[in-house]
Design a protein around this ligand. Structure first.
Ligand code: ADP
Ligand code: ASP
Ligand code: MG
Length: 478
């Protein structure tokens, strides 16, 4: 069997849902389990309206409910032709809209949004989409059944970004989905959501319906997991920043994880973990160009004709620097700085230490930058007062740009080309990090340089090609 996941644009309206149904029908022999995300933009609307409800903004709640009703009913009209089927799906959608209204009324009355209620509301978009998609599949002659993701993915209680219990999920998903698959039914599972063992709904994190697909692939020992989206696979750079970014035919799990961790939104970073544990290949395919082969992600990276396979960047970051002579021979200072990061549960995007310059720096999401700066200042108040540390530096608008590729290992000179190219274009490098695996070289730059840096590096390293060493050279180098 196969898991096929369709993202927000792929299910963005009735016409698109017809296209999705055609793709699933074409692969019916492979016994697909379908996973779907919410329509594009719906999850953002839900998170905003949940906050609006908590502040008592009834007007915003009414407006959003109206918009959601219109979008979903319109999709029902556009996707379905058969009268009884359409009426049935319409009733189902109406019921789900009523549930959402009740949840939002509850939040409005309480004037408070608990993490638990937020997850419940955030996951509504997936739940409302799957009956429409199942209806479209039925009209293609398939037997389809809606299965809530909360019924098959068992998670911890970390609302907002829950983690799956793979063993419990395998049991639950096996018991629920296998009989359906064996009977020739196509299960249509809502992505993004799971539930605690007691049945309280959780979400797996923003963009995580890719992760849902991989979790289910793992649970069901799928042959492959196919992620259908709106581009021709993983591209050599974000197409919004680099116009001539091109599809990458093959990637290793490690490369794909590195790329997505450093901002390539096309696949959720945690997606690779469950699939890689069972060596299940993942394909990234284009719903709007279904014949295109896309990107195959597996344990084999495939031939590396270039040292650098792709570039990626994370914007909206803050650079925090602890510096001063107190850092010389002072591992305790570094440990304490890391302790502050841990105490605030900081998501450290990059960490770099240069003892000769007496500084250690952290790059964190801009949203947590100020809180962490204050945390560091409090922790080091006495060292700062004594002058052992000169300052806690802060650069508020930075980005991280990462070059990724297994071929960089043993390819001397890539770092030189990166720094040389950035220098020639006046992009000032604020910090650098390279992991021991040599899969990635990351530079911290001013946010204003992000687009230019991506373009010039893409030209230098990918369009013109920084060649990977031949295999024989690698063997000698080892
Ligand atoms: P879906 O809704 O199907 O999950 P997403 O919007 O989450 O789709 O991800 C696909 C988008 O990711 C693309 O439309 C593209 O704009 C963006 N993207 C960013 N970096 C990359 C990259 N390196 N390769 C492909 N797409 C990328
Ligand atoms: N709809 C969810 C989100 O927007 C999940 C996903 O798109 O994968 O975060
Ligand atoms: Mg996505």
């Amino acid at each position: 069997m196969l898991v096929m996941k369709f993202g927000g644009t792929s299910v963005g309206g009735g016409r698109q849902l017809r296209g999705v149904a055609a793709i699933v029908a074409q692969h019916r022999e492979q016994r697909p389990v379908v996973v779907a995300s919410a329509m594009r933009g719906v999850t953002d609307l839900l998170l905003n309206v949940a906050n609006a409800a908590a502040t008592g903004d009834r007007k915003a709640v009414r407006a959003t409910l109206r918009e959601l009703r219109e979008r979903h009913f319109h999709a029902v009209e556009e996707a379905l032709d058969e009268q009884t089927n359409r009426q049935e799906v319409h009733r189902e959608v109406a019921g789900r809209l009523a549930q959402l209204r009740r949840s939002l009324t509850g939040v409005t009355l309480l004037g408070e949004l608990s993490p638990r209620s937020r997850d419940r509301i955030a996951g509504w978009g997936e739940g409302c989409l799957v009956p429409i998609l199942a209806g479209a599949l039925r009209e293609r002659g398939l037997v389809a059944q809606v299965v809530g993701g909360e019924r098959v993915i068992v998670t911890d209680r970390r609302f907002g970004e829950a983690s799956p219990d793979l063993a419990a999920t395998s049991e639950r998903a096996g018991a629920t989905l296998r009989p359906l698959i064996e009977a020739g039914t196509v299960p249509v599972v809502s992505g993004f959501v799971g539930a605690t063992p007691e049945g309280v709904q959780t979400i797996l994190g923003r963009g995580a319906s890719d992760y849902s697909a991989s979790i289910l692939g793992h649970a069901l020992d799928a042959r492959e997991v196919w992620i259908w989206t709106d581009v021709n696979g993983v591209l050599t750079a974000d197409p919004n920043l680099v116009r001539d970014a091109r599809p990458i035919p093959t990637l290793s799990y490690a490369e794909a994880a590195e790329l997505s961790y450093f901002g390539a939104k096309v696949i959720h970073p945690r997606t690779m973990v469950p699939a890689a544990a069972k060596e299940i290949p993942i394909r990234i395919l284009n719903t709007f160009e279904p014949e295109f082969p896309g990107t195959l992600i597996s344990s084999e990276a495939g031939p590396t004709e270039r040292a650098v396979r792709a570039l990626t960047s994370i914007g909206k970051a803050t650079l925090l620097t602890v510096e001063g002579s107190g850092l010389v021979g002072g591992p305790r200072i570094v440990a304490r700085a890391c302790g502050v990061m841990a105490a605030y549960e900081a998501n450290i995007l990059l960490l770099s230490q240069s003892s000769s310059e007496h500084n250690v720096c952290f790059v964190v999401p801009a949203s947590s930058g100020e809180e962490l700066r204050l945390g560091l200042e409090t922790e080091f108040a006495s060292e700062l007062a004594r002058g052992e540390l000169s300052s806690i530096g802060v650069e508020r608008q930075v980005c991280i740009l990462a070059t990724v590729g297994a071929g960089m290992r043993g390819a001397p000179g890539v770092a030189g080309r990166v720094f040389g190219t950035l220098g020639r274009h006046d992009c000032n490098i604020l910090a650098i990090a390279q992991g021991g695996s040599e899969l990635n070289i990351s530079c911290v730059l001013h946010a204003a340089d992000e687009a230019l840096a991506m373009r010039v590096l893409h030209d230098e390293l990918i369009a013109n090609g920084a060649h990977a060493p031949a295999r024989e050279e690698l063997v000698v180098a080892d």
